[in-house]
Write a protein that binds this ligand. Structure first.
Ligand code: AHR
Length: 727
């Protein structure tokens, strides 16, 4: 079996062979490959090896941690069609009291934003299903709110309406409904918001209806009016604009009136400006962060989100397309209800906006229920057909049935689709028992109709699963501790070079886990691991960190350690985000052999320790579970970018001391003296937050001593990218 190991530089092999002896000697202080000794990195510029696929770095996404609703998706109103139920909120966590290590607000304050006191909201006490909606009364006015199922706007998705009964009101005495969105409505200065809703009124209601964004303590930030309402459902849309106000999320959206009668509302929506001004579009600051990463693909819609907890709550793409009025939403497996406002077409437009290729996971009959309801055999045929139709919706010409529907939805141009994945993590939930049959049905159907599409299996390479059909790629997932990340920087060195290619569809250094985003120590594990993926890009075609997003407000997180955090107003990238950005922005397109000699090594006590429970008073650090070493102290990869001729070095020093590195470039005539790059370093426990978004962030560097042979100092606990100019 050919492996990369057999072709690899001496020092790495030596490390593997001498590891046990070396570790013991190092621990005793008997051998000398310690951090302060200079090492030499020899790069064979004249012996380019495997190509790095241009699609190598991308994003993985699903509805988790309020990724879309309460995250990327611009909608500001929570529970806009009154379908959320208290039981669905079980996983949201406490609305008060929780700590908020990465947010701007201490828990109690954030909770106050989220939940105006119950005492002011007797309607909710009467009907606990009135999630996120609050009765507003002023100056002795009186009224009530409730959910109404009679005379719905439609019976597809808008089955419920919110009835506002105004019993007593008048000049200066209003009754209304308020929604505080996802932990507050973000108010920004001089900003135009688009409010829309369906409404009707009882005979005799005179209006007007006031539409406003208000501070929780009464200040009006933006408002408009609908002069009157009719007894029939009509859609109203209006723009409301803030003035020169201070940005705040201590605000809510209010619909109110001072004339008596009843008013019904449905599909109540409020959008801020969106990225590229897309209607029903995405939040600008988060999209900009993603754009800065220059990702090449988006793996969607999951993750577990594609499987769902049961058939009803799978990612049923057909109920996520078309007018919002026809999207009922569904329960995400991550304990809250998804609006499906971020539907199949929105995912594709997100790809379009950031120039990413879609990698679409098709629902494949398995759910998150230990295999109790897995669909196989003949019963799976309609599901396979649904998958084919999904592909046609994405790629079909407007002359096809589903391509025509996409055009009707506003996107006549087909999308390019080269990869689909069959299910997600089918090695779980008893999927091993029947994935072969399910995969074969999808594979045969897809290849028959779309022979150019690459079909990805959700089995891992280590499962050594007999698929009956050869998948084009296997999807490997890794959620690991720092020692595992470091040692797995060599994971694919030993992979059979004739084996099935790999898509690393989820990975992160994240263990032991706590908090919404990670610290610098985890980012070092990530960077070391990524050098291994890049070096093995003959086997690894593409990779993406997971999960991508987390709303850092108390109750926002279901999965700790995510790439990007945010609250209603602000967002930040974790140190891991910056590693991704550095690597993705400096890819190169061909790997150059790089050998470190001598290779400094560390024992388990010397590698970066993960802080336990960042932000907690208890504190402490741990190595976490995993291999005991010895570990490489420095990780390096070299590549060349053909278009510029640049030689790109990625250098990761996981030692607590700086490392002097002599860099020898062989087989190249000229290296310019000046070279630019970036370096990321920081305290191992340091994290970013909405309040301090760039506490740990890469700094640009310029060196003036570059050449065919030169010395460079790697700071302690650092990730460095250097671009050496050959012309
Ligand atoms: O990324 C979080 C979850 O981890 C994904 O939904 C699932 O695929 C994996 O188990």
């Amino acid at each position: 079996m050919p492996t990369r190991d057999s072709r690899i530089r001496g020092s790495y092999r030596l490390c593997g062979l001498l590891a046990p002896i070396g570790g013991a000697m190092l621990a005793l202080g008997l051998i000398g490959f310690v951090s302060s000794d200079p090492a030499t990195l020899t790069v064979r510029v004249d012996q380019p090896e495997q190509k790095i696929d241009p699609i190598f770095y991308g994003l993985m996404t699903e509805e988790i941690n309020y990724s879309y609703d309460g995250g990327l998706y611009g909608e500001l109103i929570r529970n806009r069609i009154f379908q959320d139920r208290p039981i669905a909120q079980a996983g949201r966590g406490a609305r008060g009291g929780a700590t908020n290590p990465a947010g701007t607000l201490p828990g109690a304050q954030a909770a106050a934003q989220t939940a105006p006191p119950q005492a002011t909201n007797p309607a909710v006490e009467k009907n606990p299903n009135l999630i996120d909606w609050w009765l507003v009364v002023s100056n002795g006015a009186a009224g009530d709110i409730d959910i109404d199922t009679k005379d719905p706007v439609n019976t597809i998705a808008l089955k419920n309406s919110l009835r506002l009964d105004i019993r007593s009101a008048g000049a200066g005495r209003r009754v209304g409904v308020a929604n505080d969105g996802y932990w507050g409505i973000p108010v920004r200065p001089s900003t135009t918001y688009t409010a829309s809703f369906y409404a009707k009124a009882s005979q005799g209601f005179r209006g007007p209806l006031t539409v406003a964004i208000e501070g929780n303590h009464g200040k009006v930030y933006a408002s408009g009016q609908v002069r009157t309402l009719t007894p029939a459902w009509e859609k109203y849309t209006l723009k409301i604009k803030t003035g020169q106000v201070q940005a705040t999320a201590d605000a809510r959206f209010v619909l109110s009136a001072s004339s008596q009668g009843s008013v019904w509302f449905s599909l109540v929506s409020l959008f801020p400006p969106t990225y590229k001004n897309r209607p029903n579009g995405n939040r600008i600051d988060i999209m900009e962060k993603l754009a800065d990463m220059k990702p090449s693909f988006l793996r969607f819609p999951g993750g577990n989100y594609v499987e769902g907890r049961d058939f009803e709550n799978r990612f049923n793409w057909k109920t996520t397309i078309g007018p919002l009025e026809e999207r009922p939403g569904h329960m995400s497996p991550w304990t809250y209800r998804s609006t499906d406002g971020m539907g199949l077409l929105e995912f594709l437009e997100w790809c379009e906006d950031l120039n990413m290729e879609p990698i679409v996971a098709l629902y494949a009959g398995m759910h998150l229920d230990q295999g109790r309801t897995t669909i196989t055999g003949d019963a799976l045929k309609p599901i396979v057909q649904e998958g084919l139709e999904e592909i046609e919706y994405i790629t079909g010409a407007t002359s096809t049935r589903w391509g025509a529907l996409r055009a009707k939805h506003g996107h006549p141009a087909p999308f390019r689709l080269r990869y689909v994945e069959i299910g997600n993590e089918d090695w779980l939930n008893n999927g091993l028992q029947n994935y072969g049959g399910r995969f074969t049905m999808f594979y045969d159907a897809i290849k028959a109709k779309y022979p150019d599409i690459q079909v990805i299996s959700s089995m891992r390479s280590r499962d050594k699963y007999d698929h009956m059909r050869n998948p084009d790629l296997l999807d490997d997932h890794f959620y690991v501790s720092i020692p595992t990340a470091l040692s797995q920087a060599h994971y694919y060195d030993k992979y059979d070079r004739a084996g099935t290619k790999i898509f690393v569809g989820e990975w992160a250094t994240n263990t032991p886990r706590s908090g919404p985003t990670g610290h610098m120590a985890f980012a070092l594990g990530d960077a070391a691991w990524l050098t291994g993926l890049e070096r093995n890009s003959d086997i690894v075609g593409m990779n993406c960190y997971a999960p991508l997003f987390c709303n850092v407000n108390p109750g926002g997180m279901q999965w700790s350690i995510n790439l990007i955090g945010y609250d209603a107003l602000g967002s930040f990238g974790s140190p891991a985000y910056f590693v991704q950005r550095m690597f993705s922005n400096n890819r190169g397109d061909v790997v150059l052999p790089a050998r470190l000699d001598p290779l400094p090594t560390l024992n388990a006590d010397q590698i970066p320790q993960a802080p336990v429970s960042p932000g907690s008073a208890a504190g402490g650090t741990t190595i976490g579970s995993g291999p005991t070493g010895p570990f490489d102290a420095v990780y390096a990869t070299a590549s060349r970018e053909t278009a510029t001729g640049d030689i790109i070095l990625k250098l990761v020093n996981v030692q607590a001391t700086q490392q002097s590195l002599k860099i020898d470039l062989q087989g190249v005539q000229t290296i310019k003296k000046e070279a630019k790059g970036e370096v990321l370093t920081g305290d191992l426990a340091a994290m970013n937050s909405v309040a301090e978004p760039t506490k740990v962030a890469p700094k640009p560097i310029t060196i003036t001593n570059a050449g065919i042979s030169f010395t460079h100092e790697l700071p302690a606990h650092s990730v460095t990218v250097l671009r050496l100019k050959t012309r």
